[in-house]
Design a protein around this ligand. Structure first.
Ligand code: PXP
Length: 258
């Protein structure tokens, strides 16, 4: 039986190719080269986060990605006027609005949509009008899902970090709790008419239970794949992740279905 809701896409986040490049301040490794390789390995989209402090991806990276990719670009950004202007200049296929703190190592939690509904509704309207699919990166929390639907976002990306951390730490009960919240909120967001994506911290060990949720249409995965590329190469790391996603889908919905 096919998953009636559709095929699961893999978005590859190439931020940390730029992290390695920037450690020396030179031109390599080149995130665009990694993105083009990811396309060949089966990525359905490329994700890049232009942070306010430009710690990894830079403005020229975004320009080159927007110009050269043949798969959709998912532009991750904070809800600031500067980022809005950049997004409106490039009009990427998708924008994902994320919370951003200068002192954090990575995007720590989901966006607080419920407490800034009006502000975010005004912020995303021009992006939607320009033709970008607007996604809100949120915790698996009913209030945030409902607020995302009310402000007119087309997509929510559920933060999988807490689930992945619990698995890594061997905390079975926390992992079960987080996974149940992700399952429930995937179903609820779908019911409200939102497309459901998921991401953050996903590894070979954590991908399958998330990939098995029928409402999840896209996984965005970066740090683990770039790390794994050191050992097996990026092409092989992406193909293995894709194979695990397909396995999870096939186990849930029958053979031959991704
Ligand atoms: N999705 C979003 C919205 C993110 O901010 C990130 C991290 O940049 C990811 C997915 C990918 O997370 P990771 O690099 O841990 O796989």
């Amino acid at each position: 039986m096919d998953n009636p809701l559709g095929r699961l896409r893999l978005g590859v986040n190439i931020d940390h190719v730029a992290t390695v490049r920037n450690a020396r301040g030179g031109a390599y490794p080149d995130p665009l080269r990694a993105a083009l390789l990811a396309e060949k390995a089966g990525a359905d989209g490329i994700t890049a986060h232009l942070r306010e402090d430009r710690r990894h991806i830079t403005d020229p990276d975004i320009e080159r990605l927007a110009k050269n990719l043949t798969v959709p670009l998912n532009f991750e950004m904070a809800a600031t006027p500067e980022m809005q202007a950049i997004a409106l200049r490039h009009v990427p296929h998708a924008v994902c609005i994320v919370p951003e703190k200068r002192e954090e190592k990575t995007t720590e939690g989901g966006l607080e949509v419920a407490k800034q509904e009006n502000q975010l509704a005004h912020f995303i309207a021009p992006l939607r009008d320009a033709g970008c699919r607007v996604s809100m990166f949120i915790a698996a929390d009913m209030k945030q899902v409902e607020a995302s639907a009310r402000i007119g976002a087309q997509v929510v990306e559920l933060h999988t970090g807490a689930y992945c951390d619990a698995v890594t730490e061997g905390d079975r009960s926390a992992a079960d709790r987080e996974l149940a919240a992700l399952r429930d909120m995937s179903a609820y967001a779908h019911e409200l008419g939102l497309e459901v994506h998921a991401g953050h911290g996903i590894t070979y060990d954590t991908v399958k239970p998330i990939a098995a949720f029928p409402e999840v249409m896209e996984l965005n995965i970066g740090h683990f794949l770039i790390g794994e590329a050191i050992f097996s190469g990026l092409d092989s790391a992406i193909r293995r992740m894709r194979a695990l996603m397909d396995e999870a889908r096939n186990e849930a919905f029958g053979e031959g279905v991704a």
